[in-house]
Write a protein that binds this ligand. Sequence first.
Ligand SMILES: Cc1ncc(COP(=O)(O)O)c(C=O)c1O
Length: 375
Amino acid sequence: MELFDVYPLYDVTPVSAKGIEVTDDKGETYFDFYGGHAVISIGHSHPHYVKRIKEQLEKIGFYSNSIQNPIQYQLAKHLGRLSNCEDYNLILCNSGAEANENALKLASFHTGKSKVIAFSNGFHGRTSAAVATTDNPAINAPINKQQQVTFLPLNDFEAFEGALKEDDYCTVILEAIQGVGGLDEPTTDFYQFVEKKCRERGVVLIADEVQSGFGRSGAFFAFQHHDVRPDIISIAKGMGNGFPVGGILIHKSIKASHGLLGTTFGGNHLACAATLAVLEILEKEKLIENAHNLGTYFKQEALKVPLVKRIKGRGLMLGLEFDFEVGDLRKRLIHNQHFFTGGSKNKKVLRILPALNFSEKHINLFFQALNRELS
Ligand SMILES: Cc1ncc(COP(=O)(O)O)c(C=O)c1O
């Protein structure tokens, strides 16, 4: 059997990783400024993370959601406290798309309505409703096109107010920093306007924090930079530091009932142990503050690179915009300089998504490498 060929691959084969360094099968070391699509939050193979997962596996790795699982409660408590979202309930799943699928479905159950507002250049995943709210026709199959989704430009107050006059919307889904799209953000005024209008009209506000959550933006959630309170918050990526886990935080005003949502694998013992390890390390090593401080330092250093036209994003969810497409630069950064970076839908943006425990020293090395490739 061969692999179903859907990914264009770089010719690098990592075999081990530690902190922000990845080593390939030839013994070459690379700096990971991409975290495998913003997934590596606490660094590769963090000793506490490895120990916690190993210990859990030796006790029990999995049982279904039809038994008591105290580690899920422990996780909900820790997550509620650290994220300052104690007035939400938690349900766990396995990925970002599944988190958004659950969020959209729940909004529809809650309101009895089916239309969705999403934003241009947004990305919410590849499953049925999630992909329909993703502004990319190329990844929507005919079967996905039956969902009723209105795409609006980000930060267009008039368009938003006009659309919401119709009475059949169940939800608005919004990234506080567009990851895949290229690091554009709603302004605070716009996010607060969206929140206010949703509340007035009884429309559920979903914050897609799959990429920007778990400290990456320099706050636990990126919407917290805007002083808003979404009804549902979707999470994944940095949550498990590579262990596949996702979830949604649901404001207590939305009531649960048996059978409303469910999953076989979601919230299993290993996934909870991985997520708890991430939370413990974020807190103990003050990584959210570190993300904030290093984001500021990175921006300062980026200003010194003449070819950088715009610096986008917050914390360690950053983008450097050039006036040329960065595909070739990314390849040269990998092969000549040994730095992994990311691309985005905006082909002129180089995405920077390192683990939250990296340091100024790594930023300095990155800019030396970037300058070598740009000169
Ligand atoms: C904001 C956002 N939402 C959802 C997803 C989908 O997550 P997953 O690939 O885990 O399904 C992504 C993935 O890039 C994302 O960036």
